[in-house]
Design a protein around this ligand. Sequence first.
Ligand code: KIV
Length: 277
Amino acid sequence: MSQAAKPSPVVQVAELKRMRAAGEKIACLTAYDASFALVEDRVGVDLILVGDSLGMVMQGRPTTTAVTVADVVYHCRCVAPQLSRAFLVADLPFLSFATHERALDAAQRLMQEGGAQMVKLEGGREQAGIVEYLAVRGVPVCAHLGLQPQMIHKLGAFRVQGREAAVAEAMLHDARVLGEAGADLMVLECIPSSLGRAITEAVAIPVIGIGAGPHTSGQILVLQDILGISPTVLRGHTPRFVKNFIAGTDGIEAAIAAYVAAVKRGDYPAPEHGFGG
Ligand code: KIV
């Protein structure tokens, strides 16, 4: 079994910010269970997300909207005890942050019961009040712009966001507002690479991309996508930004180590994994 040398130190918000400032790429993956979490932590994944993608990957649903706070807490409790270095982020699922009180209650559960160190929420400037409300109470927040899967029933399909100049400009503004509201991290999903670069340059916090091009501070993918075993990939719908890392390796640990190394070197994402404007 291949196993990359474990980088140090333990990852916290300050370390993520240092990495951004130093130009060191941040390698992130989802995990929902103990076994994969342990492997990811051992091979040097910097940040692990218990994403609401668990609804599609673990529960086999077509969207993330049925995922509950209890579901995310359950999977956090599987993952958190395995981590000795990686930073653990948990998703606030659909409608769990519809009011300030619900957001605080959900964040409390994810952090106190689940062991998460940060919560992630989808949305633009309309969420700035919630971000600030959580941040001033000691809850680190990751914003999530671009494709917001929780909006699927309004969007109609998972597709690239921000190709039109006005939408791109609004997203840039959203990013600045969310950073000023106290977000410590930002995820950009499925946007043109040029917009990924513009947003990363416009905000001071680390920016993690998924289908947002090579210029962000780091990358995140769904673990089962890079292993070729997610329901989406098995059904033949591999998103453009997904690369299969298990091909040509001798197993899962080597594949995850290869992903980390590719992100760190800047080899992933390659131009073919990105979207044009
Ligand atoms: O739910 C999730 O896994 C996510 C990532 C795809 C960023 O939000």
